[in-house]
Ligand binder design. Structure first.
Ligand SMILES: Nc1ncnc2c1ncn2[C@@H]1O[C@H](COP(=O)(O)OP(=O)(O)OP(=O)(O)O)[C@@H](O)[C@H]1O
Ligand SMILES: [Mg+2]
Length: 436
């Protein structure tokens, strides 16, 4: 079958003419005058590949992801080494502007093959867009681009249903404990509904480091230095960790597109031993918003974080509202992120909400109504320690080092032997200082 392609860019028409003269594996079905026209043609199902003859600078991760969502791979012609590198990092096949048509046709065939086999693979790599059909292939990602960005750090996603079960408190303090344990850590605030990591850490930062990093990733410009610059550094008495702050204005959620966030998280894996993500609560895959035919998803940042996570901590409030919510949320999680195998954490455990011997009562209720996997940890309620931390913009290892709450959170991510090593006076209340 001849591969239908659409093209844009007048500067390299000769290459496209050459392709047509091959009368072979590739058929040029439309020559577009601009990228928006090319996108519309691809969305109508006209082509399997798009050739960007010139003006490749306008290609972004989001646009490539959009095309990938409708099963179209992108090949761009450029003579610049830097631009070719940038293009590859956003999933575009870069070819030289004077490429022989027959070689270009072969490149296109290979790219199309990769895209279609990617679509058949069952591993989920979500695009930032609501797919128009359930069986739409997902974004093509050349192996070399993945290899360029894959690091060895682990990703811990902290998720939990609605009702403020303590996702942020856990994520922030896990990051602090891991840093105190000597690991390099980057904390990412990917909650597209209520980013609050910077408030919890007393950061004065309003620049939404994660949005900045996503913007650079979208343009294919996010290297380690750029990621480091977008992150704030937080110092505690026991170590420091980096933070990509979230978008505090509700209307900025569209800046956290899955395709760009995926690149940010892959880059973060290269920068740190552990990437801790504070996610949003909502797992709905679709929204009724429509932009063009493919809608950016508000929950894309949460879903993408959960898909990429090596470990998902599922946090619920230990009370009559929080536990059933968590049980329902876990069922939903299993449907949308099948590989997640979450570690269940019940937070704010207290007698007044559950009754005598709360852990036992919760375990019994869980064995009757909960999913097959058990509760991994019970985190005690300690409003005093939490309020003190919030008031001083500090972490528990500084403001409540000997509390059971701090120990229980540390126990989730560090070996017990390390938890005792760092114990600091209760007077340590230094607010975080920002270093860029
Ligand atoms: N173990 C705990 N004991 C007492 N209070 C707690 C505990 N964990 C969290 N809290 C308090 O509960 C509130 C909500 O916590 P947090 O902001 O971490 O929740 P969240 O799940 O991130 O909520 P949101 O939906 O706003 O993102 C905060 O005031 C926090 O101090
Ligand atoms: Mg939160």
């Amino acid at each position: 079958m001849s591969i239908p392609v659409v093209t844009v860019g007048a500067a390299n028409e000769a290459v496209v003419d050459g392709l047509e003269r091959l009368h072979g594996p590739v058929t040029v079905v439309r020559r577009c005058s601009e990228l928006t026209e090319l996108l519309a043609a691809c969305q109508s199902g006209l082509a399997l590949a798009a050739i960007v003859g010139d003006g490749s600078e306008e290609l972004t991760t989001t646009l490539v992801d959009r095309l990938g969502a409708v099963g179209v791979c992108v090949v761009a012609l450029t003579d610049s080494e830097d631009e070719a590198r940038r293009l590859r990092s956003i999933g575009v096949v870069a070819a030289s502007a004077d490429i022989e048509p027959v070689v270009l046709a072969a490149e296109i065939s290979r790219a199309v093959e990769r895209t279609s086999s990617y679509g058949q693979a069952d591993g989920p790599r979500s695009t930032g867009f609501a797919a128009p059909a359930a069986d739409s292939p997902t974004a093509p990602q050349p192996e070399e681009a993945m290899a360029e960005t894959s690091g060895s750090g682990r990703i811990f996603a902290v998720w939990g249903p609605a009702g403020a079960p303590g996702r942020t408190l856990l994520a922030v303090n896990m990051a602090a404990e891991l840093a105190a344990d000597g690991q390099s850590v980057i904390l990412v605030d990917a909650d597209s509904y209520g980013a609050s990591v910077s408030a919890m850490l007393g950061l004065l930062d309003e620049s939404a480091g994660l949005a900045q990093a996503c913007r650079l990733a979208d343009q294919g410009l996010l290297d380690i230095e750029a990621l480091t610059a977008a992150a704030s550094e937080v110092f505690t008495k026991a170590g420091s960790f980096r933070v990509l702050t979230g978008t505090t204005r509700a209307d900025r959620w569209t800046e956290l597109r899955a395709a760009a966030l995926t690149l940010v998280l892959e880059r973060a894996r290269q920068l740190a031993d552990v990437v801790v993500i504070d996610t949003g609560f909502c797992l709905e895959a679709d929204e009724e918003l429509t932009f063009d035919t493919l809608a950016p998803r508000r929950n894309a940042s949460t879903l993408c974080s959960l898909e990429l996570a090596d470990v998902v901590f599922a946090v619920g409030s230990a009370d009559a509202i929080g536990v059933p919510r968590l049980v329902r949320g876990l069922a939903e999680l299993e449907l949308v992120v099948q590989q997640a195998s979450p570690r269940v954490v019940l937070n704010k455990v207290k007698r007044s909400a559950v009754g005598y011997a709360p852990e036992q009562q919760l375990a019994e209720a869980w064995s009757r109504y909960g999913p097959a996997f058990g509760i991994e940890a019970y985190i005690p309620s300690d409003p005093e320690a939490c309020d003190a931390a919030l008031l001083s913009g500090s972490v528990l290892l500084e403001c409540a080092p000997d509390s059971d709450l701090r120990r229980a959170i540390a126990g989730l991510v560090c070996a017990p032997v390390h938890q005792k090593r760092h114990s600091f006076g209760r007077t340590a209340r230094a607010p975080r200082r920002l270093k860029r």
